[in-house]
Design a protein around this ligand. Structure first.
Ligand SMILES: [Cu+2]
Length: 119
């Protein structure tokens, strides 16, 4: 009689512990992938954009840096963006929020062309 009471109370305790462990277990959080801002660099050097064609995801920021010892500009063919005249080591950035193809050129040297593809 005594023994069976002991066993059953132990059983109940074990059951409660088990339930407690389930309820108080570490919570599982659904980790969403970190939306880190995408960036890309285009170097302007020796009268050319490098890389001349660049593919980035929607929302990416592209920075152009003039590494040439001559001023250049970065001007979208479709008027989407336009930098001021960039002297040596000056930088221009633009964030692409829409997918598409963005050809651009240097307004001082129109033979300098490049393209950003946003997808
Ligand atoms: Cu130029």
């Amino acid at each position: 009689m005594r023994r069976s009471v002991l066993i059953s109370s132990l059983g109940a305790a074990t059951l409660m512990l088990g339930m407690g462990a389930l309820g108080a277990g570490p919570r599982r959080f659904e980790l969403s992938p970190q939306q880190k801002p995408e960036t890309a660099e285009v170097k302007i050097d020796n009268f050319s954009f490098g890389p001349a064609a660049l593919t980035v995801p929607v929302g990416a920021t592209v920075s152009w840096t003039n590494r040439d010892d001559i001023p250049h500009t970065v001007v979208s063919t479709d008027g989407v963006f336009k930098s001021k005249v960039l002297d040596t080591d000056e930088k221009f950035s633009f964030t692409f929020s829409k997918a598409g193809s963005y050809p651009y050129f240097c307004s001082i040297h129109p033979k300098m062309t490049g393209k950003v593809i946003v997808q």
